[in-house]
Ligand binder design. Sequence first.
Ligand SMILES: Cc1cc2nc3c(=O)[nH]c(=O)nc-3n(C[C@H](O)[C@H](O)[C@H](O)COP(=O)(O)OP(=O)(O)OC[C@H]3O[C@@H](n4cnc5c(N)ncnc54)[C@H](O)[C@@H]3O)c2cc1C
Ligand code: SF4
Ligand code: SF4
Length: 427
Amino acid sequence: MTHVATDQTILVVGGGISGMTAALEAAECGKRVVLLEKSPTLGGRTALLYRYFPKLCHPACGLEINLRRLKGNRNLRVVTMAEVTAINGTRGDYTATVRISPRYVNDNCTGCGDCARAVQAEIPNPFNYGLDRIKAAYLPHAMAYPQRYVLDPSIAGTEDGARAKSACKYGAVDLDMREETLEIRAGAVIWATGWEPYDAAKIQPYGYGLYSNVVTSVEFERLADPHGPTGGRIVRPSDGREAKDIAFIQCAGSRDENHLRHCSRICCMASLKQSQYVREAFGDAGKSTIYYIDIRAIDRFEDFYQKVLKDPGVRFVKSKVARIAEDVKSRDVVLHGVDTEGYHRYENRHDLAVLAIGMQPSVPAGKIPAEVIADSSGFIESAAAGSGVFGAGCATNALDVNRAVQSSTAAALRAIQVVNRIARAEA
Ligand SMILES: Cc1cc2nc3c(=O)[nH]c(=O)nc-3n(C[C@H](O)[C@H](O)[C@H](O)COP(=O)(O)OP(=O)(O)OC[C@H]3O[C@@H](n4cnc5c(N)ncnc54)[C@H](O)[C@@H]3O)c2cc1C
Ligand code: SF4
Ligand code: SF4
């Protein structure tokens, strides 16, 4: 077991935009920070978006700025493939036990890609929510940090693993890597493990997994992205035909006692934004219909909503869609429900249905190895009395990037206050 850091260190768990922000804010205030990320790269789910509302800018900008700040900061240590399994101790004096999974690629990696060309096995591409496949030796995405390839564990010990090793001119493929355990001492912990999409297959009336032209909003981000599985062409998974008439189904899993009780707060804005992807792709031929209970576009997002309301290519139907069927011949999706403004039943046909899927904590509070106060959905509401473990970003609620960043800065401040007290006591 390797031991690192001291109790004046701040430990940040989760390397999405929230964890990166909290880590940078603390490190730029002169604090020692260890940032842990369970996947092979920093960036989290924002790196998987095509554009950001409300300005429709590309997430790469924000990510690049943070990575530049991070690379220039000597107080900050990043550990990827790392998951906390236990946190012992009290405020000001914690010891976290961390499991490090093998990457099978060491620091010598130049990112040349020869290993990927050499291996034959393919795996579902995590960056595209499994919509396409990639080689089992891969760089997670173009902006990945660290810029190091990773070998999928399924090829370690196989002929493919050996092929990757012999293809690498830099001695970077290390098939002897094993799981490691790390112990980290820290005065305060920031828990920033973010969110995950609700499992759409559980919403049975919507036929996700049954009908190929029913996709989720997170998958739609990838379909619209030039780096996505279709090179940015918005097409139907069933037949590759352009999907010019799209239904967006709000509250898919959210505000529903059978699924997630809470409003996921982001999904209205996500669908409004995605209707603009359809316009961008097809001009006047692009048609979006948003089926909604009520549109929740808070604060400054209201302007964006008002703009989309004026778009003749976007139609709003006030209705909770009851069920989705499929026309077996055309593979069109057929939506059934009642329009609650006119109170008439509809049976509407579209090329593609996009489920505005709910957001839930990726590590619900009950699974966090420390005491926190949580709401009924498992988001962290606040730190427990006298605790030095603070929630940040979407671990605390379904938040847009701006609010996630604000929450992370607040968490960094609280953590700094804890380690400052230790420093004063030791002086
Ligand atoms: C369809 C859709 C579209 C959206 N579009 C926008 C938009 O246009 N504009 C906007 O402002 N917001 C948008 N959002 C919201 C945005 O995605 C979130 O605000 C953002 O991802 C929050 O970042 P985060 O760091 O809190 O969480 P995440 O992005 O989820 O990052 C969490 C990180 O923690 C890591 N992690 C998880 N568990 C562990 C663990 N046990 N140990 C270590 N690491 C762990 C994960 O691998 C991940 O890297 C959208 C959301 C959806 C659903
Ligand atoms: S592991 Fe080796 S072959 Fe693969 S990208 Fe890195 S340097 Fe290139
Ligand atoms: S943000 Fe909109 S779509 Fe999402 S749960 Fe709330 S009301 Fe429903």
